[in-house]
Each structure stands twice: as structure tokens, then as C-alpha cells.
Write a protein of this length. Structure first.
Length: 254
């Protein structure tokens, strides 16, 4: 029987790269996101390439009832989730505290924190019943350092960091691994979303650096997931070589 991975936010970027990586290794997948067309295309492509089963579920992680009902409908066989990758998330806007939009703040907190909690709280009882499982939470370098105009995005990822540590303690007795991954700049649709479709601003984020790719992060997540049962990477910060932390970049490789 194949292992099962549940990947939230699999319609683009890191989540999509994880879906491809885990599919290639023979995992059956539950992939989620809001864009059904992309999920269906991903499913068609992966099923053509790999002998695996895929379930695609469309829901907004901010919607507690939708999360609980869509995941709650999973048949018993699909509840045997070995790896949960809590990846769905976003930054909305990059503004000084006084200028930022409250709606953006709510969207980030509702998605990055509440969404992660809704999904995890639904899946954890199934892992507890099996006394095994691995939860991989997508944090960020923004969880480790607060930067100008990062305010609530940084706060939301700091919450993910704190929750990962809390889950690791509380789930210890159930043999459940908890890993948090904290990437620096990764070139995905993230910046386009953050800057609300402004392609010039999104592209400027990566000017002068060779950023991480979604595949780099997916490979790292896959490595963490593949370690022996007695080994857990708890916390992992990954940046491109031209990035030292949230502030310092060696732009243009000087
Ligand atoms: P993308 O924008 O490429 O992907 C984000 C994914 O999250 C999409 O699949 C999107 O699906 C999903 N998503 C967003 N909001 C919701 C929602 N409300 N409900 C369900 N799904 C949602 O960005 P990345 O791949 O870069 O981002 C993935 C994660 O990595 C995020 O948590 C992000 O904060 C984190 N991260 C990214 C970094 C970067 O530099 N790119 C660095 C550090 C962390 P859909 O729109 O279909 O719902
Ligand atoms: C995304 C990386 O530096 O924009 O989490 O916060 S950063």
C-alpha cells in the first residue's frame, strides 16, 4: 500500500512541486487549493506519469466549515495520512503598519494561522489513532526575523513557528513528528499575490539574486519526510546562497 501525503496549496509553487516530488516517490496524494481547474490538471498530469491515486479537494482553508466537511468526508482509506504538508498560505500587501489594509491582515491571519489550525485539527485524530504521522508546517524566514513592512505576515509566520513547537510537545506522546520549514526568497507566485498582480514589483523581489526554486524547497521537505522513524528535523531554515537572513542579500553576487 502506498503512503499518503496531504498537501494544502498544491495549485502552484512549493505545494505543486511537493505534489510532483511525492508522486514521483509513489505516494498517493490528497491535493487541495481553491482553483479547481489547476487541481484537476495536476491530477491528470500526475496520474499519467505515476501509478498513484490522487484525490483533489477544492476548499478555502479560511472556511472552517468547508475544511471540516471536505476533509471529514474522506473515506477511511484516505484518512491514513502519513504526511500532512501545511503549505497553503500567502502574504497580502507589503505596507507600513499605519498604511496597511485591515482586510489584508485578516486574510493573512485567517489563511496562514486559522487555516493551518483547521486542517491540522481535522487530520491529527487520524494520526493519533495510528500513533504515527508527520506534520510539516510551512513557516518562513519571516517567522525568524521581523522586517520593515512585514508586520502581520511576519506575525502569522511567527505563529506558525510557535504552533509547530507547541504541536511537537503536545503530540510527542503519539509519536507524531512535527517539522517546520522556513524558506527565504523562493520564486513562485508568492510575490505576484503579495503585490496583487503587479508583475514589476513581483519581479523586483528577485532582482540580482538566484532565489530558491519551489523544487529546492520540495526536495528539502521530501528529505525531511523520508528520514527513519526515530529521526525528526524539527526546524529548518533554508535560503539561497545569496541570502543570509531576512535582511542581508549579496545582490548581483559581489
Ligand atoms: P504560491 O502563491 O505559488 O502558492 C500558494 C498556494 O497556497 C497556492 O496553491 C494557493 O492555492 C494556496 N492558498 C493560498 N490561500 C489559500 C486559501 N485561502 N485556501 C486554500 N489554499 C490557499 O506561493 P508559494 O508556493 O511560495 O507559497 C507556499 C507557502 O510557502 C506559503 O505558506 C508561503 O507563505 C510560504 N513561503 C513562501 C516563500 C516564498 O518566498 N515564495 C518563502 C517562505 C515561505 P489557491 O490560490 O488555488 O487557493
Ligand atoms: C516569504 C519570504 O522574505 O518575503 O515568506 O518574508 S519573505
Amino acid at each position: 500500500m502506498n503512503k499518503i501525503a496531504l498537501i494544502t496549496g498544491a495549485t502552484s509553487g512549493i505545494g505543486e512541486a511537493c505534489a510532483k516530488k511525492f508522486a514521483g516517490a509513489g505516494y498517493d496524494l490528497i491535493v487541495t487549493g481553491r482553483r479547481t481547474d489547476r487541481l484537476e490538471q495536476l491530477k491528470i498530469n500526475l496520474q499519467a506519469d505515476f501509478p498513484i491515486k490522487i484525490l483533489s479537494l477544492t476548499f478555502d482553508v479560511q472556511d472552517r466549515k468547508a475544511v471540516e466537511s471536505r476533509l471529514g468526508e474522506l473515506p477511511e482509506a484516505w484518512r491514513q495520512i502519513d504526511v500532512l504538508i501545511n503549505n497553503a498560505g500567502l502574504a497580502a500587501g507589503r505596507d507600513l503598519f499605519a498604511d496597511a489594509d485591515m482586510n489584508d491582515w485578516e486574510t493573512m491571519l485567517n489563511t496562514n494561522v486559522h487555516g493551518l489550525l483547521y486542517v491540522t485539527k481535522t487530520v491529527v485524530p487520524w494520526m493519533i489513532a495510528r500513533q504515527k504521522g508527520h506534520i510539516i508546517n510551512m513557516g518562513s524566514i519571516a517567522a525568524k526575523e521581523v522586517y520593515e513592512k512585514g508586520n502581520v505576515y511576519c506575525a502569522s509566520k511567527s505563529a506558525v513557528d510557535a504552533l509547530s513547537r507547541a504541536m511537537r510537545i503536545d503530540l510527542l506522546q503519539h509519536h507524531i513528528k512535527v517539522t517546520s520549514i522556513h524558506p527565504g526568497a523562493v520564486e513562485t507566485e508568492f510575490s505576484l499575490v503579495r503585490f496583487k498582480g503587479d508583475e514589476a514589483k513581483a519581479a523586483a523581489t528577485y532582482t540580482g539574486v538566484t532565489p530558491l526554486t519551489a523544487i529546492d524547497v520540495a526536495d528539502t521537505i521530501f528529505y525531511c519526510a523520508g528520514l527513519p522513524a526515530h529521526v525528526c528535523i524539527n526546524d529548518l531554515v533554508i535560503t539561497c546562497t545569496q541570502q543570509a537572513d531576512a535582511f542581508y542579500f549579496n545582490k548581483n553576487n559581489q
